[in-house]
Design a protein around this ligand. Structure first.
Ligand SMILES: NC(=O)c1ccc[n+]([C@@H]2O[C@H](COP(=O)([O-])OP(=O)(O)OC[C@H]3O[C@@H](n4cnc5c(N)ncnc54)[C@H](O)[C@@H]3O)[C@@H](O)[C@H]2O)c1
Length: 255
C-alpha cells in the first residue's frame, strides 16, 4: 500500500506537451496508468485525438488539445482551456523538442530560431502559463525532457546542445524561484532513443555504430527507460528533489 502511494498520480491533472508520437505518446500511457488525468498537447490533432480515444477506451481520462507551443500568444489560452476542462493543473511535462542536424557552417538563423523556440522558449512559456495555476495552490511538478546533449557536445548539434543546456539551467533557476510555492522543477536527460525524430538518422548503419560505441550499456534507450524517472519526478516521492537532472544515458556522459 505504501509502495503504491509513493508513485501514485491518482486524480492528478498532467499536461503533456508533445504527446502525439515518439517518447511523448509512450509517456502518456504510463502517466495514465499511474492514475493521472491527461491533457495531451501537440500540433497534430489527428494523432492526438486517436491517442486520447485509445486511452479513454482503456478506462483512463484523456483529452486532446491542439496547439503550436512556439506561439507564445496561444500558450496562455491553452492552459486556460485545460484548466477550465479539468479544474486544476498539477503536473506539466515539457517534452516537445526537435533537432536540425547540420554542421555549424550551414546552420541558418531560421534553423537556430526553430530549435531554440521549441526546445527552450516553449518550455519557459508553458511553465509560466501552467505556473499561474500552480503557484496559488502552492503545489506542482514540472518535468522538462532535456537530453544528454545538455551535458556533452556532439556533431551537428550546436543549436540543439545550446537549447538543452539552457533548459537544464532554466530548470535550476525555476526550481529556486518557485521553491517557495512548493513547485518542483526537474529534468530528464536521455541518450538516443529511436523515435520518428531520430529514425532517419539510424537508417545509416555507421551512425548507429558510432552512437552505440559511446553507450557503455551497449544499446539505445527506449521510451520505457524514462518511465521510472518520470513517475518519480511527477509523484510525491520527489517532493524534496528540485532543480535536478536525472540522466538516463546508459553511461554516455560518464566516460
Ligand atoms: N529521440 C531521442 O533520441 C531523444 C534523445 C534525448 C532527448 N530527446 C527529447 O525528447 C523529446 C521528444 O523527442 P521525440 O524523439 O519523441 O520527438 P518526436 O519528434 O518523435 O516528437 C515530438 C513531439 O513534439 C510535438 N511538437 C513538435 N513541435 C511542436 C509544437 N510547435 N507545438 C506542439 N507540439 C510540438 C510533436 O507533435 C510530437 O508530439 C524532445 O524534447 C527531444 O529533444 C529525444
Amino acid at each position: 500500500m505504501i509502495f503504491q502511494q509513493l508513485f501514485s498520480l491518482n486524480g492528478k491533472v498532467a499536461v503533456l506537451i508533445g504527446a502525439s508520437q515518439g517518447i511523448g505518446s509512450e509517456m502518456a500511457k504510463i502517466l495514465a496508468e499511474a492514475g493521472a488525468r491527461l491533457a495531451l498537447v501537440a500540433r497534430n490533432q489527428e494523432k492526438l485525438a486517436s491517442l486520447a480515444v485509445h486511452l479513454t477506451e482503456a478506462g483512463h481520462e484523456a483529452m486532446a488539445f491542439s496547439c503550436d507551443v512556439t506561439r507564445v500568444e496561444e500558450v496562455d489560452a491553452l492552459m486556460e482551456r485545460i484548466h477550465h476542462h479539468f479544474g486544476q493543473i498539477d503536473i506539466l511535462v515539457n517534452n516537445a523538442g526537435m533537432n536540425i542536424a547540420k554542421p555549424i557552417e550551414e546552420v541558418t538563423e531560421s534553423d537556430w530560431d526553430s530549435v531554440l523556440d521549441l526546445n527552450l522558449k516553449s518550455a519557459f512559456f508553458c511553465s509560466q502559463a501552467a505556473g499561474r495555476y500552480m503557484v496559488p495552490r502552492k503545489q506542482g511538478k514540472i518535468v522538462n525532457i532535456s537530453s544528454q546533449m545538455a551535458l556533452v557536445g556532439y556533431y551537428k548539434r550546436s543549436a540543439y546542445c545550446a537549447s538543452k543546456g539552457g533548459l537544464m539551467q532554466m530548470t535550476k533557476a525555476m526550481a529556486i524561484e518557485w521553491s517557495s510555492s512548493k513547485i518542483n522543477v526537474n529534468s530528464i536527460a536521455p541518450t538516443f532513443i529511436e523515435t520518428p525524430m531520430t529514425a532517419p538518422m539510424f537508417e545509416d548503419p555507421s551512425f548507429r555504430a558510432e552512437v552505440l560505441s559511446r553507450i557503455p550499456l551497449g544499446r539505445l534507450a527506449k521510451a520505457e527507460d524514462l518511465f521510472g524517472a518520470l513517475i518519480f519526478l511527477c509523484s510525491s516521492s520527489s517532493d524534496m528533489v528540485t532543480g535536478q537532472t536525472i540522466v538516463v544515458d546508459g553511461g554516455w556522459t560518464v566516460w
